[in-house]
Design a binder for this molecule. Structure first.
Ligand code: CTP
Length: 400
């Protein structure tokens, strides 16, 4: 089989050096990559580097090798075009259909999926001109990855950093796997909760759990890559925001409930991957609780937290909304899972066995997804992303 043909467009930003790693990942995973830099990109990384790493000649202009008509052929033959970094200028040119060099010509002739990974200063990203250009490109079906937040070129930090090459690579891999067909969650709004709630006892202490949030983040990332608008409600995860996802930070179960009710009002699907504390201390001590010499500690009185999953499953915000729960079990895993599915009233329940060394904090997972319709979908041991893809397959089928 022919290797999939990828065009890596590189526009003129300091993050161009990171595109070398993306190129490496693409070539090493069996893609035939043609690099098309802009003239300004060559100020950052020279043509020799792109040519040596890709094994193809490199040109910025339509006037080289004219007999091969490269300005048309490269785009027509591509299975995927990814532009990383995409500067504000490149997004503007692409949105307006300008074609004054080889990369912009390629973008006009390509009929395959196109991914842009923007990188620029925060002010440029937030400017209404750039935001409108991004909206235009997305409306036409291009995947524009949300820039990461972090250190920018100088000492300043903010939104606008190029997402990590590994993350751009994952987006490319998934977009390529789906081909030029419409992503199945396009136009859908999905809400994912992740992490574990913390219930404070006093200003320095809390009752919490071991959930890392990685499964919820994998769900958010995969939904975004499948075209959904994603709201991620993150409870104490400490993980970097996934590209292209709206992240809302929450602390306690009560705060998570409020955030879920708000975000799910117009959502097509809600996935409760967060580990929610069932109880919270009845009182919160405004000052640090002190030990008293010669006295036993005061017992901690607990009260019930709301059951968010049961509440949103009973009172659906929209007809046809698909609701997914997770069941972390240590004993009698399947029997408890089935009872929990019935008790909560959700459409799907991802049942997995947890323990100190199982699932929590790890990159992998193994589960069975139970459906309210009686279905059972086993998910073999594998990356949390793979489980996430299966959950979205099941959700997409239910959304029709
Ligand atoms: N959940 C929730 N609100 C709670 C507790 C749990 O929304 N107060 C959700 C979780 O996000 C998860 C599902 O319910 O999707 C199951 O969580 P789990 O802790 O396994 O269930 P519990 O109802 O707490 O059952 P138990 O602790 O008795 O096993």
């Amino acid at each position: 089989m022919d290797k999939p043909k990828v065009v890596l467009g590189v526009s003129g930003g300091i993050a161009a050096y990171k595109a070398c790693e993306l190129l490496r990942r693409l070539t090493e995973s069996g893609h035939d990559v043609r690099v098309v830099p802009t003239a300004s990109a060559l100020h950052f990384v020279g043509a020799a580097t792109w040519s040596a790493l890709s094994g193809h000649p490199v040109s910025t202009e339509v006037w080289d090798d004219v007999h091969e008509v490269p300005h048309v052929r490269i785009g027509q033959q591509a299975d995927l075009v990814v532009v990383a970094p995409a500067t504000a200028d490149m997004l503007a040119k692409a949105a307006h259909g300008l074609a004054d060099d080889l990369l912009t010509n390629t973008l006009l002739t390509a009929r395959c999926p196109v991914v842009f990974a923007p990188a620029m200063h925060t002010e440029m990203w937030e400017h209404p001109a750039t935001q409108e250009n991004v909206a235009t490109l997305r409306r036409r079906g291009a995947v524009v990855i949300e820039p990461a937040v972090g250190r920018l070129t100088g000492v300043d930090t903010g939104k606008g950093r190029l997402p990590e090459p590994a993350e751009i690579f994952e987006v490319c891999r998934r977009v390529l796997a789906r081909g030029a067909t419409e992503p199945d969650l396009k136009g859908r709004h999905v809400v994912v909760s992740a992490g574990g709630t913390r219930e404070p006892l006093d200003p320095v202490r809390f009752l919490g759990n071991r959930s890392s949030g990685k499964q919820g983040y994998a769900l958010a990332r995969t939904a975004a890559a499948r075209g959904a608008r994603v709201t991620l409600l993150a409870a104490n995860t400490g993980l970097p925001d996934p590209a292209g996802v709206d992240v809302v930070q929450v602390g306690t179960a009560v705060q998570l409930r409020e955030a879920v009710l708000k975000a799910s009002a117009d959502a097509d699907a809600v996935v409760m991957a967060a580990a929610v504390a069932d109880f919270r201390p009845a009182t919160y001590a405004a000052g640090k609780i002190k030990k008293k010499d010669g006295q036993d500690p005061e017992p901690i009185v607990m009260v019930r937290n709301p059951d968010i999953l049961a509440e949103i499953s009973t009172d659906r915000a929209r007809p046809g909304q698909v609701i997914v729960g997770f069941a972390a079990e240590t004993d009698d895993v399947m029997a408890n899972g089935r009872k929990k599915l019935a008790r909560k009233g959700c459409d799907l329940l991802v049942v997995n066995e947890v323990g100190e060394r199982k699932t929590f904090g790890s990159e992998e997972n193994e589960a069975v997804v139970l459906g309210a319709d009686g279905s059972e979908t086993p998910v073999p041991h594998g990356p949390k992303e793979a489980l996430a893809e299966i959950v979205w397959d099941l959700v997409a089928r239910r959304l029709g």
